[in-house]
Design a protein around this ligand. Structure first.
Ligand code: COA
Length: 322
């Protein structure tokens, strides 16, 4: 039975996912203006950039500077991605960064080695250290990400047991550290998911941690992003990562040069929610303006649809007055 959530929260990843994959760097002032426009649309969280190795991702090396330029809006969290202890320590040194204390693990060992330069097992075990590190700094984990939770371009199929084993591991770890199980975010990092997999994997996770919030990080690599998003809505999922204008992709995903596709597009998914009667707290027109700004900055047509076609409100208003 369809059981849409009443309210869906979007965590905007475009400023990080979108710009990390570009070959050239874009001026921090332009990216700051985009981040401000995104926050102005009502998004609860905007990911500004990442604190990873500047050799691995040169376009994110100025994230500290970017944080200093943003005029922050109360009510929006300005998060940043890190994948190792050094990255978290960089985040602690930036007062403008809002700490979103995520845990990170990989369902694919091959992708872990490509993206994080360590085995999936080593990465999983580092999460125990991270929980302690977060506690020392006054934070409890917000979300546990399971990357490549649906498949991997390097390793192939990812069995459902690879996901459920990690969820059980997180559950035991949280019990051991006496912290609440955070939201569990299944990340389709490289765009393998289909709606049936979405339903089955959400069910399987909920069997293990029925009280944990579920979240999804979806990519539209093979055109199934909106279908997967809708399947998750039908399961009552109310938290999604997404990217304005459909920007982005992981440079280490193994798609081949130029073939990586972005996250599900924020404004298109917001449009879907509004059409289904689900609230988001987001002003769609303002978000579309931000998407057009992203396209202007990047300098080529982007994948988003609503930014090009426009929403339906003006047609509804027109027919109401005729
Ligand atoms: N910030 C800045 N520099 C970092 C860093 C960080 N978070 N982590 C590592 N480095 C630097 C080290 O200082 C060291 O530099 P040096 O050679 O000049 O001394 C070098 O990188 C190697 O350090 P090491 O601790 O061995 O890290 P690593 O090589 O195992 O790298 C990652 C680990 C995760 C930082 C690296 O693989 C990475 O940045 N990957 C990018 C992943 C990514 O952003 N993917 C897309 C989003 S999912």
């Amino acid at each position: 039975m369809t059981s849409y959530p009443k309210f869906v929260e979007f965590h905007e990843e475009g400023p990080r996912e979108g710009f990390q994959i570009e070959k050239q760097s874009f001026p921090p002032a332009e990216r700051a203006a985009l981040i401000e426009a995104l926050a102005d649309s009502g998004l609860s969280q905007v990911q500004v950039g990442s604190f990873v190795s500047p050799r691995a991702v040169p376009t994110m090396s100025d994230t500290e500077e970017l944080f200093r330029l943003i005029k922050k809006k109360p009510g929006t969290r300005y998060s940043v991605l890190w994948l190792n202890r050094k990255g978290f320590e960089r985040a602690l040194r930036v007062p403008e960064a809002d700490i979103y204390p995520a845990l990170m693990c990989y369902a694919s060992d091959a992708f872990s080695r490509k993206n994080n330069n360590c085995s999936a097992e080593e990465m999983r075990d580092r999460n125990a250290e991270w929980i302690d590190l977060y506690a020392e700094n006054g934070y409890a984990p917000s979300t546990a990400y399971i990357m490549t939770a649906f498949g991997c371009n390097y390793q192939g199929e990812v069995p459902i047991s690879a996901v459920t084993d990690l969820v059980k591991w997180f559950k035991d770890l949280c019990a051991d550290r006496n912290v609440e199980v955070p939201a569990i975010c299944l990340a389709d990092t490289v765009g393998w998911a289909n709606p049936d997999q979405i339903r089955r994997r959400i069910d399987a996770v909920r069997e293990i941690v029925p009280d944990a919030r579920m979240a999804l990080h979806l990519h539209d690599t093979r055109g199934l992003g909106a279908a997967n998003f809708h399947a998750a809505l039908e399961m009552g999922v109310d938290l999604f990562d997404s990217s304005v204008a459909g920007l982005g992709g992981c440079p280490f995903a193994g798609h081949g040069d130029g073939k990586a596709a972005g996250n599900v597009c924020t404004e298109d998914m917001v449009f879907m929610c509004h059409e289904l009667g689900i609230e988001t707290g987001i002003d769609l027109d303002k978000l579309i303006d931000a998407a057009r700004m992203a396209e202007e900055i990047i300098g080529r047509p982007l994948a988003g649809r609503i930014m090009h076609s426009g929403g339906l409100d003006k047609y509804r208003q027109k027919s109401a007055t005729e």
